[in-house]
Design a protein around this ligand. Structure first.
Ligand code: TXA
Ligand code: MG
Length: 324
């Protein structure tokens, strides 16, 4: 049976929360991207996540919790981590910390740290409250493909592999959370850039925060799962200005709507170039361009040096364009 997209009625939320408690998989909206959620303390449920996504076992899962109090049941917090959680949760920040013994090995891929985040999306929070369990949830896409920011994106990829998708509309942020490793609180490290910038984190912590390497390294894992190639369309994607002449059947993705140009090979990420809008539209536009039957896609490179959200967007585009 293909997956059902459930509108977020109170009775559906109750039913889906109960299904999660029993070990079922439910795709859930968050403010960043849709996650494929399962009971984080149920080994079989977590194994089903890896199977549904085709995700390699060495790529650990993020665990979603309602708040800091619930997070402290799963990981050893230090004062810096507590401060960040109080300041940025609920929101698009994931903390990597030493795990407590209750967290099963399958969640952490056998490692001794766990990634935790309290999502801000009201539906994710209602499910967490109703289910009253921590939810392991990677992005709800087939491994390596573009992350889903709408319920329909989830069923496009996983429609035959899972049963339930909770519909929360389009995701407000649109790119995955910032991941910061605080295992050593004196040497905080960003593992994945996101909407919470390195500068904001450094300022708040009052110490430098090591940035994820700008350039994705081909074929190498920086941290578990941080592969050079990721978030990728099937159509070859090149980071190159689409402004000049493009060969036949090569689509162009512009940062802002190009004046006076239309056509089925023209896409844009924002009306006027606002980065929050680019982030919100990025994965939907990449998916649309990927399904447009083009030979190649040229995407306008982003000014990563602009800092903030531009760093995250540049990172995702670079990984989407990386060769296998
Ligand atoms: O915004 C998000 O973070 C979304 C929503 C659903 O919350 N989730 C998400 O999950 O992007 P996923 O699995 O697609 O990406 C999580 C990344 C992976 O690259 C994984 O390797 C890394 O987090 N990760 C998980 N646990 C880790 C750990 N203990 N140490 C280092 N990296 C970890
Ligand atoms: Mg993912």
């Amino acid at each position: 049976m293909p997956a059902r997209i459930h509108p977020p009625t109170p009775s559906n939320l109750r039913r889906l929360a109960a299904a999660l408690r029993r070990g079922a998989l439910v795709a859930v909206p968050t403010e960043t991207v849709y996650g494929l959620a399962a009971h984080a303390l149920d080994v079989r449920a977590c194994r089903a996540i890896f199977q549904a996504k085709g995700r390699p076992a060495n790529d650990p899962l993020i665990v979603h919790v309602l708040d800091l109090a619930h997070a402290e049941q799963l990981a050893e917090f230090n004062p810096a981590a507590r401060r960040l959680a109080r300041r940025f949760w609920p929101g698009p920040l994931t903390l990597v910390l030493p795990k407590k013994t209750c967290v099963p090995d399958i969640v952490t891929s056998g490692g001794d740290t766990v990634a935790l985040r309290a999502p801000a999306h009201p539906l994710a929070r209602r499910l967490l409250r109703l289910a009253n369990i921590p939810l392991a949830a990677p992005s709800a896409n087939l491994f390596g493909y573009i992350s889903p920011t709408e319920a329909k994106h989830v069923t496009d990829g996983l429609g035959r592999r899972i049963k339930h998708v909770l519909d929360g509309g389009a995701c407000a942020v649109g790119v995955e959370s910032t991941i910061i490793d605080l295992t050593n609180p004196t040497k905080p490290r960003i593992l994945r850039p996101g909407a919470v910038s390195a500068a904001a984190l450094a300022k708040f912590l009052g110490r430098p925060v090591a940035q994820a390497p700008r350039k994705a390294m081909k074929g190498r894992q920086l941290a578990p799962g941080m592969l050079a190639r990721h978030y990728s369309p099937r159509t070859p994607l090149v980071l190159r200005s689409p402004r000049g002449r493009r060969p036949d059947n090569v689509a162009g993705i512009f940062l802002r709507k190009p004046a006076g140009r239309t056509g089925r090979d023209i896409y844009w990420l924002s009306e006027r170039g606002a980065l929050a809008e680019v982030a919100r539209n990025l994965y939907r536009v990449l998916r649309a361009a990927d399904q447009g039957g083009h030979r190649q896609i040229w995407a306008e490179p982003l000014p990563a040096a602009a800092g903030g959200l531009a760093v995250a967007l540049h990172d995702r585009l670079q990984r989407a364009a990386a060769k296998a």
